[in-house]
Design a binder for this molecule. Structure first.
Ligand SMILES: CC(C)(COP(=O)(O)OP(=O)(O)OC[C@H]1O[C@@H](n2cnc3c(N)ncnc32)[C@H](O)[C@@H]1OP(=O)(O)O)[C@@H](O)C(=O)NCCC(=O)NCCS
Length: 251
């Protein structure tokens, strides 16, 4: 017997009365669930907005402090006296890990120090990628920073910068020392960096700190006229001497 064309018994209609209360109950439950979900979402959004506002407030505060510190030579009335470069004053720099809330202040220094500065996005993406980054502080003001990307057996220094008003005060070597310590801590054998061919001051500093020229990257940087080559410099990172504190003064 083939299965086709056999008339199928018609389903008996359900008595109307029984369906109603059940369906109503289900609808009510669904509505309650929807309301609950909406409330939860609203709360989450409010929490998130509050968190973002707090971060932004933190960022604004750091940016204000920094703006006062990096404003070359202009003595703004509100800046604490110590934030302005006192030519021979003993500096007490401190360092800490860079956070997203520092990016406003960092980018302000970047824009003041470079003709072709990193964007805010470059910093945020690098932090999100887990690169090693620290800010240099004088009082509460950010006056310098570095960003370094760990590789297989080398640490690649992507950015090291001191605010123009604080350059020439010996802060840069301290930052480079901190980068070397991170390479040592990560047991990476070399520290590499690129420097513009025209940046003879930075090249001189790197040589003074033991870096040697190891290569060239043609047309690596944007320049006013076209592109500029990069000199690649590197230094071998020796393991920490046994028992030597590798605590490089992080706060
Ligand atoms: C490069 C840099 C990080 C060095 O840090 P720093 O704190 O200035 O380092 P130092 O104080 O040891 O100065 C290094 C040398 O540059 C000289 N120098 C630095 N800034 C100077 C300035 N504004 N005017 C004149 N000389 C300056 C110092 O006299 C010193 O020279 P010396 O070695 O003959 O004593 C910093 O100058 C900087 O951020 N520059 C702009 C950004 C940059 O070039 N970054 C590196 C890109 S690869």
């Amino acid at each position: 017997m083939s299965a086709r064309l056999q008339p199928q018994p018609q389903p008996q209609p359900q008595p109307q009365a029984q369906v109603q209360p059940q369906a109503q109950a289900q609808t009510q439950t669904q509505t309650q669930t929807q309301t609950q979900t909406q409330t939860q979402t609203q709360t989450q959004t409010q929490t998130q907005l509050a968190a973002e506002a707090a971060v932004e407030a933190g960022a604004q505060e750091i940016a204000q402090e920094t703006a006062q510190a990096i404003a070359p030579t202009t003595a703004s009335a509100t800046a604490p006296a110590t934030a302005q470069p006192q030519p021979h004053a003993q500096l007490h720099p401190r360092r800490r890990a860079m956070h997203t809330r520092d990016v406003t202040a960092v980018q302000a220094i970047e824009a003041a120090a470079y003709r072709f500065p990193w964007t805010r996005g470059n910093f945020v993406d690098s932090l999100a990628a887990g690169y090693i980054a620290e800010v240099l502080l004088l009082d509460a003001a950010v006056v310098g920073y570095f960003m370094a990307m760990p590789g297989v057996d080398e640490l690649h220094l992507l950015n090291v910068t001191v605010a123009p008003a604080w350059q020439g005060r010996g802060l840069g070597p301290g930052l480079l020392g901190a980068v070397q310590s991170h390479a040592r801590r990560l047991q990476l054998a070399r520290l590499l960096l690129e420097v513009r061919q025209s940046n003879t001051r930075a090249q001189a500093l790197y040589r003074r700190l033991g870096f040697a020229e190891i290569g060239l990257r043609p047309a690596y940087y944007p320049a006013p006229q076209g592109r500029e080559d990069a000199i690649v410099m590197g230094v071998v990172v020796h393991p920490a001497a046994p028992g030597s504190p590798d605590d490089h003064g992080l706060v």
